[in-house]
Each structure stands twice: as structure tokens, then as C-alpha cells.
Design a protein around this ligand. Sequence first.
Ligand code: BJW
Ligand code: ZN
Length: 314
Amino acid sequence: MATSGPTPPKSSYGPSTDIQEFHDVLKSSKRIMALCGAGLSAASGLGTFRGAGGMWRNHKATALATPEAFERDPGLVWLFYSYRRHMALQAKPNAGHYALVEASKRMRSFLTMSQNVDGLSQRAKHPRDQLKLLHGSLFDIKCFSCDYIELNNFDDPFHPLLAIDSDEDARLAAAANNGESTKVKTKPILPKNLPHCPSCKTGLLRPGVVWFGEPLPEDTVAEIDSFIDEDKVDLMLVIGTTATVYPAAGYVDEARKKGARVAVVNMDGLDGELGAASNLKRGDFLFQGDAAKILPEILKPLIGELKIPETEGV
Ligand code: BJW
Ligand code: ZN
């Protein structure tokens, strides 16, 4: 069979890893979106959901993030979130968060959609209208039965019964994530002793995060949709996420349909789980490594040399 010339090098079919090439695309981009996940906060010391870092005591983090788990054992689910609240309050935003903040300040049409609930982007002072929280916040408290909601409750612990030995918990999490056996007996907390709703009095309070099977905040989704509908999108950054949870992961394809090139920043490469962002092709980018190191580098033409407020970041 006749061939039509020499076979191009394999790399020209796949995504580029060339920072200079990315800088050229960035400089010509007018509308940018970013989808962030747990990997953005990994350098701040917070655990991820899947793979290494996805266990709390002897439970899978994703198994506790459901209304069914809360109905079955609200005390256990609350202890998990109490631990997460405590760890997030101890943590500091990292250079990845600050790079996104600076980029957003310099470019009004830079929209970040974060799946993270840890509050670190807000603490890095991300412009509020350019940050869309897809999965809520650990620091909002809702009622499991009625519409009651309290925003920005940073009490630690949220309730005396939910005080946890965070050093011990961190040790257990590290052991579980190293594959060591961590059969921990968690003392049951009776629902009647957990905090109840001040409005309806009967419903249990719960963290204001979005669990599996629950809808994303309607206004947030509408704001993202209107950004996407408004014009073409030049670039979609997919940062520290397996992009396997929908509808969040669906934004990668939506941005593509609006013309976006996709740039993945992840500890994993193409042999790992990149979900909706695994179909990278020529014209796309893949930067493998720590988002806290890579983001300040790849965004440099927009943000210059990143300066992190002294007492604030890691
Ligand atoms: C680094 C790094 C470093 C490490 N630097 N990188 C369509 C198809 C199939 C299923 C569905 C569908 N649509 C809906 C569904 C069902 C479901 C779903 O998606 N299931 C899939 C699992 C299959 N979705 C839902 O249920 C959603 N709701 C919904 O669809 O509602 C419909 C509805 C409409 C009307 C009425 C009622 C219902 C809700 C999804 C909510 C997800 N919630 C959670 C918990 C939030 C609270 C909490 O934090 O506890 O969100 S689950 C969990 O996963 C959390 C995360 O935000 C989310 C994504 O995880 P993420 O961030 O990607 O973390 P990891 O661990 O997966 O990845 C970390 C990455 O970082 C890895 O790649 C590492 O390599 C990398 N990394 N260190 C850079 N230093
Ligand atoms: Zn209530």
C-alpha cells in the first residue's frame, strides 16, 4: 500500500508539554476557563478523593459523600466533615491558588470553576464573581430537612461532640492511604445528640456541600452557562482533578465545543485517570506535576513573578 510520506514524530499527534508554546496560546487567549479539583489543594496538605489520599479512617471518602450515608450514620459523616473542616482551617492556600487569583485579577474573562469545598481559593482572595463553587463549602451549614442555611461558619469544632484528635486522624489517614490496615472503631454519636436546625427544630444540620445525587447550586450553574454561551472560549485549564464527576467534568467538553484548547495540570499523565480530559490531542497541553509549582510557571505571561502574601501561603 502506498504511503503519503514520512510518519511524523509521535509527539505531534498528542498534547504538547512545551511551556513556551503554551505561553503563546495564553497570550492570545481572551476568554479562559479553569476546572479545579482536589489536586489543587494537595500541596496545602489536604487529601484527595481518589487514589492515594482518598481514605479517612477505614472509609472511602466518596462513600461518605452521599445523603444515604448521612441518613444511615449522620454522626460518622459529621465526624468526617468535622475532620475536613479542621484540616482546611489549619491549611493555607498554596502558590497554585494564588496564581489563579492573580490571573483572574488581570483578566476579567477568566472564570474558575472549583469542585473544592475547602475555602482556600476564597482565603487567597479569589475575585468572588470569577470563582464558581460547584460543590458548595465545608463552612456553610444547611438543614437536612428544610431550606435553612448559614454561610461562613468557621467554628472548630462545629459542635463539642464533633471534636476530633486531628493528629491521630491525620496519622490514620496517612496509614490508610499507604495501604496499612486501619481498623478504627469510631464511637457512634446518636442523631439526637447532633446539632439540629434552629428553624424547623426537627431536621439535622449538615455540611453545605453537594453530595452524590444532589443537584449543583442552580444560580452557579446558570452563571457558568451564560459565560459559555456568551462567546467562544479560547482555553480550558483542567487542574488537579480526575474529571470523573458530572456535571463538573462535562464543562471540559462544553468548553471544547466553544473552540477551547484543553490544558491539563495533574500529577498524573495520560496513563492515569484524566476522565473527561483524557482525550487530549494536538493543540492541547499536558503539564504533569504539582499544580502549586506548575501554575505560577505556565501563567507567568499573565501574572508575572508570583508574590505570595508572607503570612498567608505555603
Ligand atoms: C494533583 C496533585 C497535585 C494530586 N497537583 N494534581 C453523567 C454521567 C455519569 C454519572 C453522572 C452523570 N451526571 C451525574 C452523574 C452522577 C454523579 C456522578 O458524576 N457520578 C460519577 C462518579 C460517575 N454526579 C452527581 O451525583 C452530581 N449531582 C447530580 O448529577 O445531580 C443531578 C440532579 C439533578 C436534579 C435533582 C437531583 C439531582 C453531584 C456530584 C457531587 C460530587 N460531590 C463530591 C463531594 C463533595 C463534598 C466533599 O468534598 O466531601 O465532590 S464527590 C468528590 O468528587 C468531591 C469532588 O469535588 C469530586 C471530584 O473529585 P476531584 O476533585 O477530581 O478529586 P480526585 O481525588 O478524583 O482527583 C484528584 C486529582 O488530583 C487526581 O487526578 C490526582 O492525580 C491529582 N493530583 N495531587 C496536581 N499536587
Ligand atoms: Zn430545618
